[in-house]
Structure formats: structure tokens, C-alpha cells
Design a protein around this ligand. Structure first.
Ligand code: IMP
Ligand code: MG
Length: 175
């Protein structure tokens, strides 16, 4: 197993996720009176962040998952294909798309466009991490735990060829 250098320790992640959960709770408290809030996780990378985040949101929510593919190894191909759509209707609902990392922005841009096309009431983005230096498409996270430099990171859902997702911290693989 390669050496992993810790970039964001577990305790820091916990505090950051709690803060985002509180922020979402405050901002949607009134909004959910006219439309339900639905949290959509992007498989597979987002599921660990999502499972902690939803438990930090003190509001009734619905949950579903979506899957898109565009990424092979560490290079983005630039083409995004939605391989698994949501099962529950998003029509008329406030949507928060939850993703592990906002990198080139292509994945979230494609998913956000698809959710708006399915007549959701609003669409926001909660990205656990953000690498602004890598952006190719103009898109921002509405909620983000941490901006990081252009390093390839693993852990807390993020993988390197499907390994390291279960690490409770975020680290850099030292090959
Ligand atoms: P996009 O380039 O913003 O479309 O991001 C596509 C996907 O690339 C993300 O959902 C992640 O799964 C993956 N990705 C981007 N950067 C990293 C990284 O540093 N580590 C692991 N996966 C990454
Ligand atoms: Mg991913």
C-alpha cells in the first residue's frame, strides 16, 4: 500500500461538515415551507460526505443518488455521461447536489443542467472539496468544506482507481 500523507485530519472534517449542515439548516428553514428539500448524492465519491452531511441537517429531507462517468485514472476525459438517474422525481423541489470534489466542474455542470431540465424549483451544490485552479467550466459550489491546491487527493469517499475511499481523513498518495 502506498504512503498517504494526511492533508485534512478526521477531526477537522467533522467540524467542517457540521458547519455546512448548520448553514444549510438555517438557509432552508423557510424555503422548505413551500417545497421539499431533496439531497442528491453523486455516486460513488459523495456517499461518505453525504451520510455525515444529512445527519448534520436538522430539517426534513428526501434523498436520492445519481451517477455520472467522465473520469479515468487521474485524467478527466471531458465528456460526462449520466449512467444512473435519480429514482424520485425532482420536479418542484429544492435540490442540493452533493459531490466529493469540484474539479474541472464538468460533472456538476452536467448534473445541475439535468436537474434544472427536470423542472426542479432550485438547484444548489454542496462540494466537500474544491480545486478552483482546475476549473474548465464556470461553476461554483454554494457550500464547500475546503478549497485545496491542485493535488490528487484520496479518502473520505475519494478514490484513486477505486482504492482508499474508506480513509476517515483526506490525504495525498505518495507513489
Ligand atoms: P470534475 O472534473 O469536476 O467533473 O470531477 C469529476 C470527478 O473527478 C469527481 O467527482 C471526482 O470523483 C474525481 N476527482 C477529481 N479530483 C479528484 C481527486 O483529487 N481525487 C479523487 N478524485 C478526484
Ligand atoms: Mg466522483
Amino acid at each position: 500500500m502506498a504512503n498517504i500523507r494526511v492533508m485534512i485530519p478526521e477531526e477537522e472534517i467533522k467540524a467542517m461538515v457540521k458547519k455546512i449542515g448548520q448553514q444549510i439548516t438555517d438557509e432552508y428553514k423557510e424555503l422548505i415551507k413551500d417545497a421539499p428539500l431533496m439531497i442528491i448524492g453523486v455516486l460513488k465519491g459523495a456517499y461518505i460526505f453525504m451520510s455525515d452531511l444529512v445527519r448534520a441537517i436538522d430539517l426534513p429531507i428526501q434523498m436520492d443518488f445519481i451517477q455520472a462517468s467522465s473520469y479515468i485514472g487521474t485524467e478527466s476525459s471531458g465528456f460526462v455521461n449520466i449512467t444512473k438517474n435519480v429514482d424520485i422525481s425532482v420536479e418542484g423541489k429544492h435540490i442540493i447536489i452533493v459531490e466529493d470534489i469540484l474539479d474541472t466542474g464538468r460533472t456538476l455542470n452536467a448534473i445541475k443542467t439535468a436537474m434544472l431540465a427536470q423542472n426542479s424549483k432550485s438547484v444548489k451544490i454542496a462540494a466537500f472539496l474544491d480545486k478552483p485552479a482546475r476549473r474548465k467550466v464556470k461553476i461554483d459550489a454554494d457550500y464547500c468544506c475546503c478549497q485545496i491546491p491542485d493535488n490528487f487527493v484520496v479518502g473520505y469517499g475519494l478514490d484513486y482507481d477505486e482504492d482508499y475511499r474508506q480513509l476517515p481523513y483526506v490525504g495525498i498518495v505518495e507513489l
